[in-house]
Design a protein around this ligand. Structure first.
Ligand code: NAP
Length: 250
């Protein structure tokens, strides 16, 4: 079998039971990495992702954890290391929305989004970085959003969490660079997944008209960039925020 560019690497992808996370996991597996497939509730989805990787001849396991819990995220990283022998690539993809206008937003909607989307990434990095520092090699890729760059009405919690991820990315890149660890953020625009499934056809059409490429993105559009950032070819790229949005925010 020809050598692939992520052969011998172990990747942990949070929220890989469906949507963008699942596609990222498949793309990394296609490139040779062994995969830890994290999920919060969708066990069947996670097991499907594992089965799809096994069918390609890859190695993967499904690990349940709510990444918003500090201890749960720690156990997740430990389980990944125990099952697959390490953690070289961490993709912080798990995310939720609890949209509402600020005057109607409940405290628990703010907390849930910030705890999952921002603190969840901190929690996983806090445990995984230790192994990367020891190995003098690592890739941390945080899935932010264009909402974190330009803000979205009705999404103050989500926009703040995704902007926070960008600050976290830049600070971590400075802290960990000397250990040969890169930290980057990917900012998707509107991607066709369950998260955007609530949009009506009319809303989709309106949004598509404001995107330079004239269509919503596909999970594979994001996964291709993540796989590139995970490899040695991207070894001199760190602290960056790269939008995959079809030209929505220019
Ligand atoms: P999705 O289809 O709703 O999938 C979300 C994933 O996150 C699921 O696998 C879910 O697991 C997992 N998850 C949620 N809360 C979790 C928690 N507390 N602990 C662990 N896993 C958790 O979302 P998506 O559209 O693929 O989005 C993936 C990422 O891209 C998110 O960070 C999102 O903010 C970001 N993003 C998406 C878009 C878009 O247009 N879709 C745009 C910009 C950014 P379960 O299945 O077990 O619930």
């Amino acid at each position: 079998m020809p050598k692939m560019f992520l052969d011998g690497k172990v990747a942990l992808v949070t929220g890989a039971s469906r949507g963008i996370g699942r596609t990222i996991a498949l793309e990394l597996a296609k490139s040779g990495a062994a995969l830890a497939i994290n999920y919060a509730a969708s066990r069947e989805g996670a097991e499907n992702t594992v089965a799809a990787i096994a069918a390609m001849g890859g190695r993967a396991c499904a690990l349940r954890a709510d990444v918003s819990g500090f201890q749960a995220a720690r156990e997740l990283v430990e389980e990944c290391v125990a099952a697959l022998g390490g953690v070289d690539i961490l993709v912080n993809n798990a995310g939720i929305t609890r949209d509402n206008l600020i005057l109607r937003m409940k405290e628990e909607d703010w907390d849930a989004v910030v705890d999952t989307n921002l603190k969840g990434a901190f929690n996983c990095i806090r445990s995984a970085a230790r192994y990367m520092v020891k190995n003098r090699w690592g890739r941390i890729i945080n899935i932010s959003s264009v909402a974190g760059l330009s803000g979205n009405a009705g999404q103050v919690n989500y926009s703040a969490a995704k902007a926070g991820l960008i600050g976290l990315t830049k600070a971590m890149a400075k802290e960990l660079g000397s250990r040969n660890i890169t930290v980057n953020a990917v900012a998707p625009g509107l991607i066709d997944t369950d998260m955007t499934g609530i949009l009506t056809d009319k809303q989709r059409e309106k949004i598509s008209n404001s995107i330079a490429l004239g269509r919503l993105g596909r999970p594979g559009d994001v996964a291709a960039l993540v796989a590139f950032l995970a490899g040695d070819a991207a070894g001199y790229i760190s602290g960056q925020v790269i939008a995959v949005d079809g030209g929505l925010v220019i």
